[in-house]
Each structure stands twice: as C-alpha cells, then as structure tokens.
Ligand binder design. Structure first.
Ligand code: COA
Length: 233
C-alpha cells in the first residue's frame, strides 16, 4: 500500500507547476473495446469457467489455448472492458479451409482468409443486456477493416443458431467436429461483399436515382422542419 493510501489524512502533494485542473486523471474509461493480450488471459478464462465449465465441464478454449491465440493473433480478439473490468470477449484466429475441421480448434493459419470465431462470452452479471450482440456487431465491423478477411465462421450448439442468425450469420450445415456427445451447427458471415449491405446500398442509390425530385423535396422539407424546431427552441 502506498504511503498516501496508508495515511488517508495526508493529502497528496501536487507539483506546484501543475494546476489542479490539469492533473492527470487516473480513472479508468467507463467503456472500452480493445484487442486482448496475454495479460487478459486469466480474466478471459474466469468468464469461460463460469460460462462453460460449470455448465458442461469443458470450454471452447483452455487457458493455454487462450494464451496461444492471444500470442499468435491478438488482433483477431476483442474485449469489452467497463471501468477496466473485462465484461465480454471474442477470440478468433485465421483458418484456410471452406469448412471447420478438428485442426481449426488449435491452429492459426496466417494465410487463411477466414476468421474462425472460437468463443464469444459475456460475464454472467452482464448478460441479457444486449452486450453479446453489440460486441459481435463491433467485431464484424472491425473485420471489414482487415483486407485479408473474406468471411467469419463459427460452430455453435443448435439452440444458439437463432442468436447468431440475428447477427447476420447463415447456417452452413452440420459441423464435422464433435466434442464428447455434443454436436454443432457451422455458421458463416460474409465479411467482404456482404449481400444484404450491397442490396441495401444499391436500393438506396436506385431510389435516389429514380425519385430524384422527391428525394430533393423531402430532404429540403426535413431541413426546413429541423430549422423551424431549432428556431422554436
Ligand atoms: C450467449 C451469450 C453470448 C449472449 O450474450 P448476451 O449479452 O447475454 O445476449 P442477450 O441477452 O442480449 O441476448 C440476445 C438474444 O439472444 C438470445 N439468447 C441469449 N442467450 C441465449 C441462449 N443461451 N440460448 C438461446 N438464446 C439466447 C436472447 O434471448 C436474445 O434474444 P432476443 O433479442 O429475441 O431477446 C451469453 O449469454 C453468454 O456469454 N453465454 C455463455 C457463453 C456462451 O454460450 N457463448 C456462446 C457460445 S461460444
């Protein structure tokens, strides 16, 4: 414990050249998304233990595997921290085949154009608040910035298929990997040339093109309304 902490009645001395308003703040950010590193491995594994081991006796990544992937490809992980505490995470690695095989569980293939999402988990006390889908959304947006990534894949138990479908994943079929008596569905998300996004942007451009007059009128009306509302305020 620091001397100041041990003697709470002693006020910390400020350097005379630093005004109080300019003191460096030591508070942790309320919410932060960042890639994980090996120092986060224990926090990751704590969440995994509660989420998986306490339920089924096993988990997607053991501690050494967490460290392995966070050493080889930390840029394919993402952690959500609140006031410095890990509340949710995703760990991925690269894969180079169309479908997942047993090797995908332990290997990182740096030449592959597929990101294999090994695990998404939310800390127990932060579940059912929409954090899982938000983190997945941010992760998928982030993957779009990596030019070598064409798609993301994952394997999940059947009851989680609707959950991942809501994030835009499509069912690819049964996964060849089984763990004890557990079977999985394989799902994929096209990171490059996302059909829905392309369709939507084409539809918007098409609408503007064919309804140019209406579009201009509607935009002008919108700005006039906003201006009136602002003026009234
Ligand atoms: C699965 C998990 C990531 C979801 O994250 P979350 O932040 O709790 O997600 P939300 O509560 O916002 O749920 C989003 C939707 O998914 C559904 N959902 C969440 N957990 C589910 C589960 N275990 N089974 C089925 N559906 C589930 C919710 O009902 C919700 O649907 P709605 O939008 O129609 O209401 C989280 O519960 C978790 O970490 N579970 C333990 C680890 C795990 O199973 N990870 C996935 C396999 S790798």
């Amino acid at each position: 414990m620091s001397l100041v902490g041990a003697l709470p009645f002693l006020k910390p001395r400020l350097s005379p050249s630093v005004s109080p308003g300019r003191q460096r703040r030591h508070t942790l950010p309320a919410s932060e998304f960042r890639p994980l590193n090996t120092q986060d491995a224990i926090s990751v594994f704590e969440i995994e233990k509660e989420a998986f081991i306490s339920v089924s006796g096993d988990c997607p990544l053991h501690l050494d595997e967490v460290r392995h992937f966070l050493t080889l490809c930390p840029e394919l992980s993402m952690g959500w921290f609140e006031e410095g505490r890990l509340v949710a995470f995703i760990i991925g690695s690269q894969w180079d085949q169309d479908r997942l095989t047993l090797d995908a569980l332990t290997l990182h293939k740096p030449k592959g154009s597929t990101v294999h999402i090994h695990v998404l988990a939310v800390h127990r006390t932060f579940r059912q608040q929409g954090k899982g889908p938000i983190l997945m959304w941010r992760y998928l947006q982030y993957l779009r910035c990596l030019p070598y990534v064409r798609r993301a894949v994952l394997m999940c138990e059947d009851f989680l298929v609707p959950f991942y479908q809501k994030s835009g994943f499509k069912v690819q079929g049964r996964c060849s990997i089984t763990v004890a008596s557990l079977t999985f569905t394989e799902m994929q998300y096209p990171v490059r040339g996302h059909a829905l996004m392309r369709r939507n942007s084409e539809a918007i451009v098409g609408y503007i093109h064919t309804n140019l007059d209406e579009f201009v009128t509607e935009t002008v009306c919108l700005f006039v309304s906003l201006w009136v509302i602002c003026a009234e305020c």
